[in-house]
Design a protein around this ligand. Structure first.
Ligand SMILES: C[S@@+](CC[C@H](N)C(=O)[O-])C[C@H]1O[C@@H](n2cnc3c(N)ncnc32)[C@H](O)[C@@H]1O
Length: 275
């Protein structure tokens, strides 16, 4: 099975969260770009088609904007006329791509949870390296409720495997709990704070419309989601409305300030670019 071909996705038709202005506004607030003195160097990591950078650039055009993704088809979705630098690279080898302490603000939305558990600290270590002292990392990502982590990971992994992820070769996604997010960030040299919470309201047909899975696979996902234990159904507000199966995913927005420079963990992943 081929890896997930993110470039084939149609984010404009997929889950609403990718178009949510309120989530973008919260991310913008958390970055501090509005009141940043001077011109900041900003990079959106695992950027996909650049929704965050393009939105923030309009709000605060005085800064310099870059996006980084390891899927060239995702980056191609960003028009050449857009005022953002595109970097084709693996987030797990940031320390060989960018200079030490060269970034003021970084964001990563719905990205880190796709990196296997043992490699998430590697990605954070590279981000710590790339940020200036006092630099800011804003994470907007899924979070597992305590007691529902295994189910949350299982359902997300199942959908990703339908999308083409080979977990034997790429490893499995991992959706930390709030406490795990904070611990991992502290261990990577950050001072994290929970900036906000948000719910991503998904109807499983959104995944079909967004070209993440086929309609047959959606029916299998529906069966799996609807067979969840009662406590899980309550936690994720799982419900069926007519033909639609709906689920509300908890999302966390974390603002993490680089507190100390940690030595880099060994890189993982594919190298596309050098500094
Ligand atoms: C779920 S999408 C989120 C896209 C974007 N952050 C957003 O919120 O619209 C995950 C993105 O991460 C990218 N990605 C996955 N693994 C990566 C890696 N190791 N390094 C860089 N990008 C990666 C994928 O190509 C994809 O565009």
């Amino acid at each position: 099975m081929a890896p997930i071909e993110y470039g084939k996705r149609d984010e404009g038709k997929g889950p609403e969260t990718y178009r949510s202005q309120s989530l973008l506004d919260t991310i913008f607030k958390a970055t501090g770009l509005e009141n940043f003195k001077g011109s900041a160097v900003f990079v959106d990591l695992m950027s996909g088609p650049g929704g965050i950078a393009l939105n923030l650039q309009k709000k605060a055009p005085q800064h310099s904007y870059a996006v980084l993704d390891n899927d060239k088809d995702q980056l191609k979705k960003i028009g050449e006329q857009e005022p953002v630098r595109k970097i084709l690279a693996d987030v797990r080898c940031l320390s060989v791509i960018v200079e030490d302490g060269s970034i003021d603000v970084a964001t990563v939305r719905y990205g880190l949870k796709d990196i296997p558990k043992n490699q998430q600290p590697i990605a954070l270590s590279g981000i710590n390296y790339a940020l200036k002292p006092g630099g800011v990392l804003v994470i907007a990502d899924m979070v597992s409720p305590e007691g529902a982590r295994e189910w949350n990971i299982m359902q997300h992994s199942r959908k990703q495997q339908f999308s083409g992820r080979n977990i034997k070769e790429e490893g499995e996604c991992y959706i930390p709990t709030e406490a795990e997010w904070l611990k991992m960030l502290r261990e990577a040299g950050f001072e994290p704070e929970i900036f906000d919470h948000y719910k991503s309201l998904v109807t499983t047909t959104d995944w079909v419309k967004g070209k993440q899975i086929t309609d047959d696979q959606r029916m299998q996902m529906d069966a799996f989601i609807l067979s969840a234990p009662e406590n899980i159904k309550k936690e994720f507000n799982i419900r069926q409305e007519g033909q639609d199966v709906k689920i509300d995913y908890p999302v966390i927005i974390i603002k993490a300030v680089k507190k100390e420079a940690k030595s880099c963990l060994p890189n993982e992943g594919v190298l596309y670019e050098t500094k």
